[in-house]
Design a protein around this ligand. Structure first.
Ligand code: PLP
Length: 384
């Protein structure tokens, strides 16, 4: 969000900047969903709803989980929130307090760390890298579990790495957790944006984790609805009861109009998002090929989300015209200045080697971005 704000301010000054920082699909919200929102306004559906969200939308979330992974939930297991970010905050605040530990892997989505700290709990960060596809291994998990562990936070497909946990990997992690009494928060906001025939697996289906998985999901990414602010938390009823109290005293219900649009979204067939996912796949392959063709850039092809997370180590410690680039932030500043390209430096996700490239933009823009990126990076080669 900070990068997008910077891009806007540079554009106001007349700079030609390509924004590859955005964390949102560039497609419009599907039309029938927009129409449902318009109808809600026309019908005067513009007042408070129950704090936990509309019963009909909570039912639609249950139907979604039944349809997608044969999980049986009741509306009492569902909290509708103002985006997935809000669902994570409510869940963490409901189950964690000072003295507790929350485990998650690095690189991580920026808000996890801040939300854990906000609850008073201590973050326990497991470093990961390309060698394990940025995923936690069972051995790593075992080595950090303690009597204070309250929550394991998993994100698949992941932001910023695009990595996806397989069913086997999740089964292995669940095996480690079998004898530990803690919750698992599974952030599956990118579940529908997945490639190469990869299957999104839901760990709430595993008997070892029965009654302790907190599922975070929402409409922002799958239905290109980032501005509508609808997310949902699906969890054991006692946890949902606590989150309703928190939500009731902080934000009250999510926007009534967006909730009506959300019912329409969840009742749609996945075919409405198939074209978007196909376009992302094309762009993913194009951008990956262009990037890995640049000397000194190393990048695996991720199986989900809409980001590439290349290692730029080959360019750190190198001289430009004016200075030596030592961090991803300095490299991103150079690329913004020299090529007019905005990327998110790895520091935002706790990485000192990588940058995040969002390919949620047109192929034409990606082509021009690749050309400029390559020219600017090759200049660094020439100077060294
Ligand atoms: N979780 C992850 C991993 C994300 O990348 C994002 C948004 O970028 C969110 C949650 C929050 O989504 P929302 O916009 O629905 O709050």
């Amino acid at each position: 969000m900070a990068v997008t704000a910077l891009v806007e301010s540079l554009r106001r000054q007349g700079r030609d900047v390509i924004d590859l920082g955005a964390g949102e699909p560039d497609f419009p919200t599907p039309e029938s969903i927009r129409e449902a929102g318009i109808k809600a306004i026309r019908d005067g559906f513009t007042k408070y709803t129950p704090a936990a969200g509309l019963y009909e939308l909570r039912e639609a979330v249950c139907a979604k989980y039944h349809r997608d992974c044969n999980l049986e939930f009741q509306p009492q297991n569902v909290l509708i929130t103002c985006g997935a970010k809000h669902a994570i905050a409510n869940a963490i605040l409901a189950v964690c307090e000072e003295g507790d530990e929350v485990i998650f892997s690095s690189p991580f989505w920026t808000s996890y760390l801040e939300q854990v700290k906000f609850s008073g709990a201590s973050p326990v960060v497991i470093p990961t890298d390309e060698a394990t596809g940025f995923k936690i291994t069972p051995e790593q998990l075992l080595s950090v579990l303690s009597s204070r562990t309250k929550l394991l936070l998993l994100n698949s497909p992941a932001n910023p790495t695009g990595s996806v946990y397989s069913e086997d990997e999740l089964r292995s992690l669940a095996g480690v957790l079998q004898s530990h009494d803690c919750y698992v928060l599974y952030d599956e906001i990118y579940e529908k944006i997945i490639y190469d025939g990869c299957r999104h697996f839901n760990p709430a289906t595993l008997p070892e984790l029965e009654g302790r998985v907190l599922l975070v999901n929402g409409l922002s990414k799958a239905y290109s609805m980032t501005g509508w602010r609808i997310g949902f938390l699906t969890a054991p009823e006692d946890v949902i009861k606590q989150t309703i109290k928190i939500q009731s005293h902080t934000t009250s219900n999510p926007c009534s109009i967006s909730q009506k649009a959300g019912i329409e979204a969840l009742n749609l067939d996945d075919s409405v998002i198939a074209d978007m996912v196909n376009s992302f796949d094309q762009r993913r392959r194009f951008t990956h090929e262009a990037l890995t063709g640049i000397p000194g850039v190393a990048c695996d092809l991720p199986a989900g989300a809409f980001y590439l997370f290349p290692s730029m180590s080959g360019y750190l410690g190198r001289r430009t015209k004016g200075k030596i680039l030592t961090t991803p932030l300095e490299l991103c500043s150079y690329l913004l200045d020299d090529a007019g390209i905005a990327l998110v430096p790895g520091e935002a996700f706790d990485s000192l080697h990588n940058v995040r490239i969002s390919y949620a933009t047109s192929l034409g823009t990606l082509r021009e971005a690749a050309r400029r990126l390559s020219a600017s990076l090759l200049k660094i080669h020439d100077w060294n």
